[in-house]
Design a protein around this ligand. Structure first.
Ligand code: GTP
Ligand code: MG
Length: 369
């Protein structure tokens, strides 16, 4: 198991990261700033700076009952999709267009609130859940906490521009996470747009698109006029079908925190993505180091709902704090155990924050799940 990076360890002990690197070197290890260190190395390095390391593990497995899903329990669930790409290449415009053309949004009279994720129902009746966050940062923040939320990434590249640094970063993120990519070549309505230039750049990076005989799905779109957006979504659905995404809807819910804030009138408000099971009003949930009974639950159209199943994004009220994006949530049975775990996690956070203290506590669980 690897715990913290050289840089994080330096911060905990309030020393320069160069000193950590030098110390590792004296142990015969060549590490970089963001490299995670194993327990033994951390202990040895810390000792050199006069710290004693204590490894604490908060064992969730003991308190959270494990549900063994049988194949019959598993039902199809909508794909969870993130749009990523370079600044100004049209992420928001594409999501806006998709949201506006969403048939369910039409039925319900439009979107009345922004939440970090929303589900859309296509003409075919199929559903897709979009993570509507600055895709890139959310993806990175979530991955840093080990949360794998996205099933498919749409990488958007403007045809009047080209593959740019953040495009490459997004591609690398998705690839590293093993998330299938669908390319959207956007802004094709702009005079001088050259989609083939984009295809060529991708080919040069070994991402040969389907229309050029490669394996990557690719769709030219204009978010401004909505051109080919339907085709893009069909390609996303095709990708989703191949993934055979399934989850057990009949068990206590588990999932991830998408975002959370303190709202003046309503208290702590969190957007959660249910990944398995069904979340119900009244459920006791533990999210990171916070907990509470779900007081009320809303969908992306601000409608009160009683329950939410796999791949459903929901806004909930009732937590006693604001957990960070990417943190896992679980529905719990025992109030006492929930408080115990939450308290332990809070304590670990606090100890990690106390840099002057000659003592480091590494939160094993936070790094593993
Ligand atoms: P950041 O969130 O800042 O990274 O940008 P973004 O990727 O969300 O891009 P956004 O959707 O905000 O689009 C940037 C600009 O391009 C805006 O002025 C959009 O109106 C414009 N734009 C986006 N898509 C299209 C398109 O398909 N055609 C045309 N003509 N303009 C577009
Ligand atoms: Mg944007």
């Amino acid at each position: 198991t690897e715990f913290v990076t050289a840089n994080e360890l330096a911060n905990m002990m309030d020393v320069q990261v160069n000193q950590i690197i030098a110390s590792c070197m004296s142990l015969g290890l060549f590490v970089s700033i963001n490299q995670r260190l194993d327990a033994e190395t951390i202990a040895l390095v810390a000792e050199e700076f006069g710290y004693k390391v204590e490894f604490v593990s908060v064992d969730l497995a003991e308190s959270i009952s494990e549900y063994e899903d049988t194949p019959e329990d598993l039902k199809d669930r909508p794909a969870i999709v993130t749009v990523m790409g370079h600044v100004d290449h049209g992420k928001t415009s594409l999501l806006d267009y998709i949201r506006k053309s969403d048939v369910t949004a039409g039925e319900a009279g439009g979107i009345t609130q922004h939440i970090g994720a929303y589900g859309v129902k296509l003409d075919s009746g199929k559903k897709i859940t979009f993570l509507d966050t600055p895709g890139h940062e959310a993806f990175t923040a979530m991955r840093a906490r080990g949360a794998q939320v996205t099933d498919i990434a749409i990488i958007i590249i403007a045809a009047n521009d080209n593959v740019m640094p953040q495009t490459i970063e997004a591609i690398n993120h998705a690839s590293a996470a093993g998330v299938p990519i669908v390319f959207a070549i956007s802004k094709i309505d702009v005079p001088g747009a050259n989609p083939d230039k984009v295809r060529e750049s991708l080919a040069n990076m070994n991402y040969l698109v389907e229309d050029w005989g490669g394996k990557y799905q690719c769709q030219e779109v204009s978010a401004k006029h909505g051109t080919n957006v339907k085709q893009l979504l069909e390609k996303v659905l095709l990708e989703a079908e191949m993934l055979e995404l399934k989850a057990n809807p009949v068990k206590p819910a588990v999932g991830s925190v998408i975002e959370s804030t303190l709202d003046k009138g309503r208290g702590f408000v969190a957007t959660l993505l249910v990944q398995a099971g069904t979340l119900k009003v009244g459920d006791l949930i533990l999210a990171g180091s916070y907990y509470g009974h779900v007081k009320a639950m809303f969908n992306e159209r601000n409608q009160k709902i009683e329950e939410a199943g796999p791949s459903d994004p929901v806004l909930i009220l009732g937590l006693n704090g604001a957990p960070q994006a990417g943190e896992k949530f679980n529905v719990m049975e025992s109030e006492k155990e929930t408080k115990d775990i939450a308290t332990k996690r809070l304590q670990l956070q606090r100890e990690q924050g106390m840099r002057a203290q000659k003592h480091i506590t590494l939160d094993e669980i936070g790094r593993r799940i």
